[in-house]
Write a protein that binds this ligand. Structure first.
Ligand SMILES: NC(=O)C1=CN([C@@H]2O[C@H](COP(=O)(O)OP(=O)(O)OC[C@H]3O[C@@H](n4cnc5c(N)ncnc54)[C@H](O)[C@@H]3O)[C@@H](O)[C@H]2O)C=CC1
Ligand SMILES: N[C@@H](CC=O)C(=O)O
Ligand code: NA
Length: 823
């Protein structure tokens, strides 16, 4: 025997009902079945409105009544042949007359008791079960309308009645014994012992099915709905939700208690006590597996099964030394609240016993506070309780799973993920069953919390990383190109979904929660971007409340660099190619490192020195390993390296510089390369990474830009002025060549001396073998005493730089090859 329950959406339209008829026809060929049905989609809500209008003396209910009646009549006309229609329509008319009379009575007396309310609401199921049973008969199935009020008995708590289980079980057994019809039972409704209609709470039809299934010792209870089973999180809040295939009864109860709406919480008990599996299936996709809830041992490979939330709670905290060591204090608090009818959703007590904190539904908070204040007035007056604090606009998010108790480190993972995403946790509780970890957060953080926890547990399969890129010039564009090329592979092989959620250049920005294409920029910005303003950009990006958000700076702008503190405070990790932030004042450099630590974000800037070459990373690792840097020497400019590796005294010097620009080696303004500032910035950053405290003013820098070209109005103007000095550069080249030397722009630090200058080197010099845009960096250290640690290779250009930026992004995103960190 199987019990099939169809929810409102499964009987919401003609096509849905036809699908239900088909399912029932197939199922009853295989096994005995009983059917439980909800009201047609939306009807219970309409009945609710009608009865409230009637009780307020508003006549609108009449129009609504006509509409509801017409909907049922139309359904009969489409589902049942002409010959069978009239008797069914007559029966319907009787029901609607009865409903009209009751509503009329309510509108006259302006009085609405719980009793009448339940009676009115019960019409939805009485009508739908009746129509469905007639439609089944029309299909030749021996179906029978069953009014649950004659078998399910409850107390008289109208609106949320408690089932009298012994009597109900006996009634069900007696009723269905010796019947081989397909019963079509009204869900949701029941009656008192004196026969008055009661209801089992919203969603109560699931419960009806479970009661019948348990009493008849069914083989299965099937809940047919419009979704493919229970999801790992509410699909409206977590876009990357996944279906859950298996749950234990306990897990299902925990999830439904914490707001997962797919199954009505009390449903699980009867099925669980009779060990009957509950299947949640999609009426419109019967072939998909859905969810099964049963007693099978927990699948501990997926230690967290689902995340759910109670979206709005109020947190109440009692604080005071008077509670320490006083036995019975907690009991008193809870009995005061119980007497006031306040339902406690979650409790935590600090082990110092200094505070007791609990969550209640907001509508019960005033009552809770008032009764606590009254009952503890003495303790408040004597200072034993300092205060009773109320914090509204909070949410509870619960991670649920049987496997959590077998696996250490679950809460670590959860809180680490929350911490990394800057979510402040107000209170924590873990049920001693270890099946549930609940956190209270501010309501504004709800969506981010759900998504963060969800990603941390389920998207270890798929993780989303949300990118906010500022600067779409040469480098920014190349980064996007690389994403376009690599995103699919990174998703397939590393389960990371990169979303471009924000993009900006100096003029426009665009933000899109769902992500944007990687191609077509910056033209798209011109088309529909908004005027750029860093603070607005950050505010809008922050409002999306996305986990794993990265701010990527591909500008050369000081304004953007100065803005990183704000970015970090908003809990974005930062990846930058821009050297301005780390080469400003030492104080700013140090402040950024501290801010990143404080806000639990990552700050990576490998491309600041040597573009994609592993320079910063190598140095950082040496320092962490306890090595001490004694000397740094290198060619740190791709542009200057290229220029002096290529210049042969024949091609004019200014033309070689132009080629360097065209090859993408130079800064946006090539004067920054020629004047030594770009190299100086890099040397400064290396020194700081090595723990040496230097300011830019401590460096001696040789400027290669002739005086008169320094103040040129534009880059073009500069090139023109530079060409006037082609001969001077030739002279300098010829002088070196006549000595058998070549020119090399070298940066060095030793014994407190930091210099950047153009030097003549001979063939023996270790830097003499450079070609193209090669950089070379030699670290002389205590560990590398005799021969320095050397990093060498192309140190400028769009590809290598974009590659370096991507590597930083991947490091933050926890691609296993890079690190074991959980974002
Ligand atoms: N070319 C190379 O080999 C390497 C370059 N870098 C660095 O990469 C960065 C970018 O260089 P390029 O792409 O060549 O520059 P670019 O001039 O081609 O592009 C800069 C972009 O930044 C935007 N921008 C400028 N100020 C802005 C502001 N205040 N707000 C928003 N956007 C702003 C511009 O609109 C443009 O889209 C520079 O910091 C450079 O030092 C780092 C390593 C190697
Ligand atoms: N302009 C720079 C680019 C890398 O930082 C250089 O030439 O090295
Ligand atoms: Na680098």
């Amino acid at each position: 025997m199987r019990i099939l329950k169809f929810g409102g959406t499964s009987v919401g339209s003609e096509s849905a009902i036809r699908q239900v008829l088909k399912l029932i026809t197939e199922k009853q060929k295989e096994d005995r079945i009983q059917v439980v049905v909800s009201a047609f989609g939306g009807v219970t809500n309409t009945l609710e409105e009608m009865v409230s209008d009637a009780s307020a003396g508003r006549d609108e209910y009449r129009k609504q009544l006509k509409k509801v009646e017409q909907r049922h009549v139309d359904m009969v006309r489409t589902l049942i042949g002409v010959q069978g229609q009239s008797s069914v329509l007559t029966e319907l008319k009787v029901l609607f007359n009865e409903l009209e009379d009751v509503l009329h009575g309510v509108s006259l007396t302006h009085e609405l008791t719980g009793r009448t309310h339940d009676f009115v609401l019960g019409f939805g199921e009485r009508l739908s079960a009746f129509v469905l049973s007639a439609a089944l008969q029309e299909q030749g199935i021996d179906a029978e309308y069953v009014d649950a009020r004659s078998i399910i008995k409850t107390n008289a708590d109208f609106g949320n009645a408690r089932v009298l289980t012994t009597e109900t079980t006996q009634n069900i057994r007696e009723y269905f014994e010796n019947r081989d019809t397909v019963g079509v039972v009204t869900g949701f409704i029941a009656s008192t012992e004196t026969g008055e209609t009661t209801t089992l709470g919203r969603g109560g039809s699931d419960y009806t099915a479970s009661l019948i299934g348990a009493a008849l010792d069914a083989d299965a209870i099937e809940i047919w709905t419009d979704v493919e089973g229970i999801m790992t999180a509410d699909p409206r809040k977590v876009e990357r939700h996944l279906p859950i295939q298996k749950l234990s009864y306990e897990e299902a109860m925990e999830l439904s208690h914490f707001g997962a709406e797919v199954i009505y919480p009390p449903t699980v008990y009867p099925a669980m006590s009779a060990s009957i599996p509950i299947y949640i299936k999609n009426t419109f996709k019967p072939e998909s597996p859905g969810t099964v809830i049963n007693r099978e041992p927990a699948d501990i490979s997926t230690n967290v099964k689902g995340i759910s939330s109670i979206d709005e709670v109020t947190l109440i905290t009692l604080k005071g030394s008077g509670m320490i060591g006083v036995s019975g204090f907690a009991a008193r608090i809870f009995s005061v609240l119980a007497d006031a009818g306040v339902n406690i959703i979650m409790i935590t007590q600090a082990s110092s016993e200094h505070t007791v904190c609990f969550a209640v539904m907001p509508r019960q908070a005033p009552q809770a506070i008032q009764s606590l204040k009254t009952n503890f007035s003495f303790e408040l007056k004597e200072g034993m309780i300092d205060e009773i604090k109320e914090e509204s606009n909070c949410s509870i998010v619960a991670a649920v799973g049987e496997g959590m108790k077998h696996t250490p480190g679950i809460s670590g993972r959860l809180f680490r993920a929350l911490g990394r995403n800057g979510i402040n946790v107000r209170a924590i509780a873990q049920g001693s069953s270890e099946r549930n970890i609940s956190v209270v957060v501010k309501k504004k953080d709800l969506s981010k919390t759900l998504n963060t926890i969800h990603d941390a547990f389920f998207l270890s399969k798929i993780k989303s990383v949300n990118l906010f890129l500022v600067g779409v010039g040469l480098i920014g564009n190349k980064v996007l190109e690389l994403f376009e090329k690599q995103a699919e592979l990174l998703f397939k092989e590393h389960n990371i979904a990169f979303n471009l959620c924000g993009i900006a250049n100096s003029r426009y920005y665009k933000i899109e929660q769902k992500g944007m294409p990687f191609t077509g920029w910056p033209e798209r910005l011109e088309e529909d971007g908004k005027p750029m303003d860093l603070q607005t950009f950050l505010d809008e990006a922050g409002e999306l409340n996305l986990p794993n958000s990265l701010f990527i700076d591909c500008t050369a702008s000081s304004e953007v660099a100065d803005f990183y503190p704000e970015v970090m405070r908003a809990n974005f990790s930062v990846v930058t190619a821009n050297k301005k932030a780390n080469s400003g004042t030492l104080h700013h450099y140090q402040a950024l490192q501290e801010l990143a630590l404080k806000h639990n974000v990552m700050y990576l800037y490998e491309t600041n020195v040597g573009a994609g070459l592993p320079v910063v990373k190598t140095l950082k690792e040496q320092v962490l390993a306890g090595d001490k840097i004694t000397k740094i020497e290198g060619v740190l400019s791709g542009t200057l390296s290229y220029i002096f590796n290529t210049y042969d005294g024949e091609t004019p010097f200014s033309e070689v510089v132009r080629t360097a620009l065209e090859k993408g080696f130079t800064e946006p303004d090539p004067r920054e390369d020629l004047n030594g500032r770009d190299v100086a910035r890099k040397l400064l950053i290396l020194c700081r990474e090595a723990g040496i405290e230097v300011e830019m003013s401590d460096l001696t820098v040789e400027n290669l830009v002739p005086e008169s070209a320094r103040e040129a109005d534009s880059v073009e103007d500069f090139f023109e002025k530079l060409s006037d000095f082609d001969d001077e550069f030739k002279k300098r080249y010829d002088k070196a060549a006549s000595n058998g030397h070549r020119l090399c722009y070298i940066a060095s630090y030793e014994d407190g001396e930091a210099t950047v200058s153009l030097e003549e080197i001979d063939d023996e010099h270790p830097f003499s073998g450079l070609s193209g845009s090669d950089n070379i960096i030699a670290f002389h250290t205590q560990h590398y005493r005799d021969t320095p640690l050397v990093v060498k290779g192309p140190g400028a250009g769009a590809e290598v730089t974009a590659g370096g930026i991507l590597a930083d992004i991947l490091r933050i995103s926890n691609v296993p090859a890079f690190s074991n960190e959980v974002v």
